[in-house]
Design a binder for this molecule. Structure first.
Ligand code: NDP
Ligand code: X2W
Length: 349
């Protein structure tokens, strides 16, 4: 077990990449030795991100696997879909450890990836090699791995909120409906018509209904929990805030369980996992309560009149939904305490 490593970030000019930099900059065992850009190499990192003035004096570097290997032991890919599919094999072949934040290695079926992402899938041998890092569920597999595929942001909030109830038969998996909402940083730093200020401000929009690329990833995890195929309705909405995801999930309760039973199950399932916090009965979490942190907070309401449970799960999309969970996975990979570099209180208000 090593106690110091050097990290490179590809896609550092994006929101996921710059959030990785923020977290790694205060990690006790990690030094960021390269920030990489495919379009702005040679310019100062702080030029695009003035909040880093006086914090990181280095320039952005080219995407060159051999050169990255000279400077780093682990590389994070915070790049758009399709980039890691091509780049990760080359990075792995140099001997680098790789943590990919994109969706390129999450689905193990190339055909399924092509269907939902409309892009050329990664090589099947590398798809098999990538360990899916939903840390609180598959953390044991992450330990000692050298290639991690970090889960999607919506997927993290949703499946941490559903997995114990499906696994233990508290809800009927065939009745699940997921209503999810994200802040605009979930769409990355690039500007498009759908996410500029006057389109988003004072507005609430549903998008990608029945077509969201996270649907097969959610179904992969729920099917694993149920030990049979599960399909689900998953609806996404864009809300006028910067960070945060709330997944509100509805399902028919089995076995007459009440909210107290759910709370007891979840507290037991996530015991010893410091980043999942289960609210007391009658208290539902809000996105602001996890803002800037690696927490996933979960609350329950069970309606005896309808026989349905409502599960509310919140995360910060850029932390637990992306960079924070990637750092958590690095900690698990390296055999370190999973909270290293992530022990901070949410920003409030
Ligand atoms: N935003 C979020 O909340 C979450 C994002 N993700 C995933 O993480 C990844 C990054 O997302 P996000 O940071 O939001 O996106 P951004 O659009 O903000 O950033 C992506 C960065 O990737 C770089 N890039 C683009 N093309 C290439 C290429 N061919 N080779 C190398 N680098 C390239 C660009 O930088 P440059 O031009 O400088 O190279 C760009 O800044 C995506 O796959 C996203 O789906 C996952 C969970 C949550
Ligand atoms: C608000 C918003 O647009 N969010 C993005 C989340 C994208 C993402 O995180 O993509 P992958 O996890 O698939 O890499 C979306 O809904 O597509």
């Amino acid at each position: 077990m090593s106690d110091h490593i050097r990290a490179a970030i590809i896609g550092s000019t994006g929101y996921g990449g710059v959030e990785l930099f923020r977290l790694l900059a205060s990690h006790p065992y990690v030094e960021v030795t390269a920030v990489i850009s495919s379009s702005a190499a040679g310019t100062l990192f702080s030029e695009g991100y003035p909040h880093l003035t006086g914090i990181y004096a280095g320039v952005l570097e080219d995407v060159n696997p051999a050169a990255i290997k000279e400077k780093a032991d682990v590389v994070f890919l915070a790049t758009p879909p399709g980039v890691a599919a091509k780049l990760a094999p080359e990075l792995l072949e140099t001997g680098l450890k790789v943590i990919d934040l994109s969706g390129d290695y999450r689905l193990k079926s190339p055909a399924l990836y092509e269907q939902w992402y409309k892009k050329q899938p990664a090589d099947e041998a590398y798809l098999k090699q990538a360990v899916f890092g939903l840390a609180e569920v598959y953390g044991e597999r992450v330990k000692g791995a050298s290639f991690i595929s970090n889960p999607g942001c919506y997927v993290t909030a949703t499946t941490l909120g559903l997995y114990p109830a499906v696994k233990e038969g508290f809800i009927d998996p065939d009745t699940i409906i997921i209503d999810a909402k994200s802040g605009v940083s979930g769409a990355g730093r690039g500007v498009s018509l759908g996410n500029h200020y006057s389109e988003v401000n004072e507005n609430l929009k549903a998008y990608k209904l029945n077509q969201h690329q996270h649907i097969p990833e959610i179904e992969m995890i729920l099917s694993d929990a149920a030990e049979r195929p599960v399909v689900t309705t998953f609806s996404t909405h864009l809300i006028p805030m910067t960070r945060g995801i709330m997944s509100t999930m509805y399902a028919t309760v089995q076995g007459g369980r009440n909210a107290a039973d759910f709370i007891e199950l979840y507290r037991s399932f996530y015991e010893g996992r410091p980043f999942v916090r289960v609210r007391d009965e009658g208290i539902l979490p809000a996105t602001k309560e996890v803002w800037g942190s690696n927490y996933c907070d979960i609350g329950f309401a069970v309606d005896p009149r309808t026989g349905r449970a409502t599960i509310v799960s919140v995360i910060d999309n850029l932390v637990k939904g992306a960079a924070g969970q990637a750092v958590q996975n690095l900690n698990l990979m390296m055999g370190w305490d999973e909270t290293l570099g992530l022990r901070f209180v949410p920003v409030y208000p």
